[in-house]
Ligand binder design. Structure first.
Ligand code: FAD
Length: 457
């Protein structure tokens, strides 16, 4: 009976329905986080908006749970479900750059690499994240932060419009002029309200950047963090510095004596005029000389993919985060303790700057609430070997528990694992009640529930 229904569905699609009997199934059900092992009843690969509408109507009528997949990078694995359907948008990769209006329309199956590649040719960029294989859909709907954020804001701060298929199958546009309540909610509220089929972004004038990592020995970590918390936020918004604890990858260009060594560092990215690079880095150069550095000018898409090779799909991931308004001396004590214990080669802790342009919005202007934060911390336990899953998870949880008391109380929604409703509420603070109202209007039956869920009940 179900097989028949799937065949009927398949006949209506330009895309395809991949079921457990299909040769593609084992690959198609995988997401980026190798820790996630779920078996949906079908993966429906949509080729266009009509496919999305068709599968939404089908799933709703048949009472089938759906997970929505953009780039499949969600740490908690929300792009796949056990049983139910995965609505997979990865075939929908169209990008249209308008050089006159300096806007970029991108379909929801694009990765950051897809969008940045197309926009770069026109000297434009959208502030996105730091690994280019991440999907723009999940990233944008949670807020979106990265190297350009201090200067140009979050990804959602550059979102002008989105097209969505709602739970009832209607196709709508959300913008400041059309369905403004929905537009407010999707700028941080995740996939709770409908399936975005395309985004319209404002392009920012970014082509070449000057960027790269500087690393110091752990014995200088306290001095570095004390310096970083004062100096980095005081710099012009063109200069972004992501602080990290890490183990040095065992390969070129890193010197052999540093391979596998735990170090502290800052990944810098400067997006201002290149003839002013020296001036921009003058305050940085006043700090102790790094043990290793690799700073150079490069196209923005190259920066965005600089760490891709270290983080291929399929590794085990467990992460946790929180926003911070300051880095207190007590917080530094805890950072030093856990930074020394980075458990595996791929594990890290990062402080992503979210000051500057992000704070030009009021915390009620968008669903994304933490406009008062200076850093979004993410503690990331990563390893290829499933046998180390417990080890990386324990380090992450313990590190997070030690730092949480010094945080602003909640995390970036895209850095949440399956942490329960209170953590979802804490991600939105007093925006949660308004999100609830929008959810009750656009998805009262909670059809879109495989996400960091705003529960309408
Ligand atoms: C290696 C790595 C690096 C990262 N770096 C950054 C970073 O620098 N900055 C940052 O901000 N974030 C970063 N993230 C977090 C990232 O934003 C989230 O993991 C995000 O969920 C990824 O989006 P996706 O489309 O790939 O996710 P998916 O797993 O495909 O989807 C995640 C969820 O998003 C929702 N969703 C996806 N597509 C749609 C759609 N079209 N319509 C409605 N809902 C949809 C669904 O609820 C789904 O459950 C990183 C993640 C990883 C794994």
């Amino acid at each position: 009976m179900r097989e028949n229904a799937y065949r009927n569905l398949s006949a209506k699609l330009r895309g395809s329905v991949i079921t457990p009997g299909s040769g593609e199934y084992e690959v198609a059900r995988r997401v980026y986080n190798g820790m996630i092992d779920r078996r949906p009843d079908a993966i429906v690969r949509c080729a266009d908006v009509v496919d999305v509408t068709t599968v939404v109507n089908f799933a709703r009528n048949e009472d089938i749970a759906v997970a929505v997949r953009g780039g499949g990078h969600n740490g908690a694995g929300l792009g796949v479900c056990e049983r139910g359907f995965v609505i997979d948008l990865s075939l929908m990769k169209g990008v249209l750059v308008n050089p006159v209006t300096k806007t970029i329309r991108a379909e929801a199956g694009c990765t950051q690499a897809d969008l940045s590649h197309a926009a770069h040719d026109f000297g434009l960029a959208v502030p996105l994240g730091v690994i280019s294989s991440t999907g723009i859909a999940g990233l944008t709907l949670g807020g979106g932060m990265g190297y350009l954020t201090r200067k140009y804001g979050l990804t959602v701060d550059n979102l002008l419009e989105a097209n969505l298929v709602l739970a009832d199958g209607h196709f709508v546009t959300a913008s400041a002029a059309q369905n403004p309540d929905l537009f407010w909610a999707i700028r941080g509220g995740g996939g709770n309200f409908g399936i975005v089929t395309s985004f319209l972004f404002r392009g920012c004038p970014v082509a070449q950047v000057f960027a790269g990592p500087m690393l110091w020995e752990m014995e200088h970590a306290r001095e570095l963090l004390e310096w970083y918390r004062e100096v980095a936020p005081a710099q012009p918004e063109e200069l972004c510095g992501i602080f990290a604890f890490l183990k040095v990858p065992p390969g070129r260009p890193f010197p052999e004596e540093l391979h596998g060594k735990t170090m502290c560092g800052i990944v810098w990215a400067y997006c201002g005029p290149l003839d002013l690079v020296e001036e921009a880095f003058r305050p940085v150069r006043k700090f102790r000389e790094p043990r290793f550095e690799l700073m150079t000018s490069m196209p923005y898409p190259a920066l965005q993919s600089m760490f891709d090779a270290i983080y291929p799909p399929g590794l085990q991931w467990y992460w946790r985060g929180d926003f911070f308004g300051q880095i207190s001396d007590r917080a530094i004590d805890e950072h030093l303790k856990f930074g020394e214990q980075v458990p595996t080669l791929h594990s890290t802790m990062q402080l992503n700057p979210v000051d500057g342009a992000v704070g030009r919005f009021n915390r009620h202007d968008t669903a994304f609430s933490y406009r008062d934060a200076k850093w979004s911390m993410v503690i990331v336990g990563v390893d290829p070997d499933p046998a180390n899953a417990e080890k990386i998870t324990a380090w992450t949880k313990n590190y997070w528990a030690a730092l949480h008391p010094y945080s602003l109380g909640g995390a970036y929604v895209n850095f949440l694992m399956d942490e329960g409703i209170d953590r979802v509420k804490a991600a939105y603070r007093d925006n949660y009640d308004r999100l609830l109202k929008v959810k009750r209007k656009y998805d009262p039956a909670n059809f879109f529930r495989i996400n960091q869920n705003i529960r309408p009940d």
